[in-house]
Design a binder for this molecule. Structure first.
Ligand SMILES: *[C@@H]1O[C@H](CO)[C@@H](O)[C@H](O)[C@H]1NC(C)=O
Ligand SMILES: *[C@@H]1O[C@H](CO)[C@@H](O)[C@H](O)[C@H]1NC(C)=O
Ligand SMILES: *[C@@H]1O[C@H](CO)[C@@H](O)[C@H](O)[C@H]1NC(C)=O
Length: 431
């Protein structure tokens, strides 16, 4: 009768195990990943927690969810461990993601890796989950180990990358070289081009880059790479690159005083506001995190005025080296470091930018999908979706239990018949 107890155990405790398995399908805490929004998927590539990872995860934004249980999905891993790089979604097919630069590494065990700059560009086809290393014409080898950059891509498929540093490993001298060049990659021809810039353009890394519809790239924050000064003044003197004329200008900005920082995140709203979140100040000597910000600041790119909005709801914690994307009216933050001691998190936080409110539920914006509005009216669609999930699990469980029960019954029938034969055999001898 023991198998029956096992079945009973499975029926009673099975659902908890399955729930446990679902809970395990969550990425481990990390920072320094790069991210791209592809349709309703917010992808995260690589990242680091003591050692780099080659994992690829995404959150599915096609359904509502509670931020404490984001709908995580893992995808096909990258060919290399990846951190401090940048990624751009192709505007040509809206499905290929190009990862450029970054610290790429070969992971040799759970605790060991080495930096191996095999390729400076990786292409991810999000439809087929395939990774390729594209051949690049005219590649400039000085870009090989470039990282701490943020690229933008224009509507024609031209990627623009400014500056960065070329950390290779801690044994090289100097450990970093800093750059102020503009590298471009035209993804329609896979052609690289490097433009050296005038001395007056500061070398920066750890900045954010935001492409405006008028072709201007706005570079905010970051660290001026001079080996001496690590704090930047470009929160008040913002460097702007014109992708049409290939010229630089400096925008004097006014309004609220925003503290200089690096490794913050920035998103562009439809009305031309750049919203930044978090970032950090690092110790000049040790390079370690000295302070992490949890503030929101808004740069109006029409008037070049900084402002600090009134924010309600429970704020996200301080975050640096995190990811951010704007999906409809939601600024979604993910992963990152919260302090010098909490270097890796796996939480996500959502700011409703319509009224600067931190929300705990991601609700499918109803304005663009009236059908969902009626569906979720009065009853949260999170519940609706999770009940669908449980129905799915229930059916799956049912099938498994049925299969187990049938095979156990089959086994008993077989065993009983066999037993009868065994018992019957000596009987025949006796008679
Ligand atoms: C989200 O989930 C947490 C943890 O399970 C729960 O405490 C909270 O009430 C939920 N929030 C909403 C809006 O359902
Ligand atoms: C903010 O706007 C959302 C709709 O976008 C609304 O549900 C929420 O109640 C508003 N919050 C506050 C504090 O006004
Ligand atoms: C919410 O769902 C419950 C049970 O499914 C139902 O009784 C109730 O009428 C629903 N409320 C609304 C506002 O649709």
């Amino acid at each position: 009768m023991k198998p029956l107890y096992y079945i009973l155990f499975f029926v009673i405790f099975g659902p908890r195990y399955i729930f446990f398995i679902i809970c395990q399908n969550v990425p481990s805490p990390r920072s320094q990943q790069t991210s791209s929004l592809v349709g309703t998927r917010f992808y995260f590539f690589g990242g680091s927690s003591k050692i780099p990872t080659n994992e690829v995860w995404y959150i599915d934004l096609s359904n509502s969810f509670n931020i404490s249980t984001p709908p995580w999905h893992s995808d096909v891993v990258m060919p290399v461990g990846y951190g401090l790089g940048t990624s751009c979604l192709s505007p040509i097919d809206n499905s290929s993601v190009f990862l450029v630069g970054g610290r790429t590494s070969i992971i040799t065990s759970a605790t060991t890796f080495y930096y191996a700059y095999i390729s400076s560009v990786y292409k991810f086809n999000s439809k087929t989950s395939q990774w390729t290393t594209p051949t690049i014409n005219n590649f400039n080898s000085s870009f090989t180990s470039r990282n701490e950059i943020q690229a933008v891509i224009d509507n024609n498929g031209k990627i623009f990358i400014f500056g960065g540093n070329d950390y290779f490993d801690s044994t090289t001298t100097p450990i970093f070289n800093y750059y102020n060049d503009i590298n471009t990659l035209d993804i329609t021809t896979m052609t690289w081009s490097t433009q050296t810039q005038p001395q007056s353009v500061f070398s920066f890394y750890g900045y954010t880059a935001t492409l405006l519809p008028n072709g201007l790239i706005v570079y905010i924050g970051g660290t001026r790479g001079s080996n001496i000064s690590t704090s930047s003044d470009n929160i008040v003197q913002i460097q702007v690159f014109d992708t049409k004329s290939y010229t630089w200008s400096t925008k004097p900005v006014s309004g609220s005083t925003i503290t200089s920082r690096r490794y913050h995140s920035a998103v562009l709203t439809q009305d031309g506001n750049i919203i930044i979140y978090g970032g950090a100040i690092h110790n000049n000597i040790s390079g370690g995190i000295a302070y992490v910000f949890s503030d929101i600041a808004v740069l109006n790119t029409n008037s070049w005025v900084w402002s600090v909005p009134n924010v309600s709801g429970t704020s996200a914690p301080p975050l640096t080296q995190h990811s951010a994307a704007l999906y409809k009216n939601y600024m979604i933050l993910a992963f990152g470091a919260s302090s010098a001691s909490i270097l890796y998190t796996n939480n996500i936080y959502i700011l409703d930018i319509k009224n600067y409110t931190w929300v705990t539920t991601f609700n499918i914006p109803t304005t663009t999908n009236p059908a969902r509005q009626t569906q979720s009216n009065g009853n949260s669609s999170t519940d609706h979706d999770s009940s669908n999930l449980y129905i799915g699990i229930g059916i799956g469980m049912g099938v498994i239990i049925l299969a187990v029960v049938l095979s156990v019954i089959g086994f008993f029938i077989y065993k009983n018949r066999h037993k009868q034969e065994i018992i019957a055999t000596p009987g025949t001898f006796n008679t």
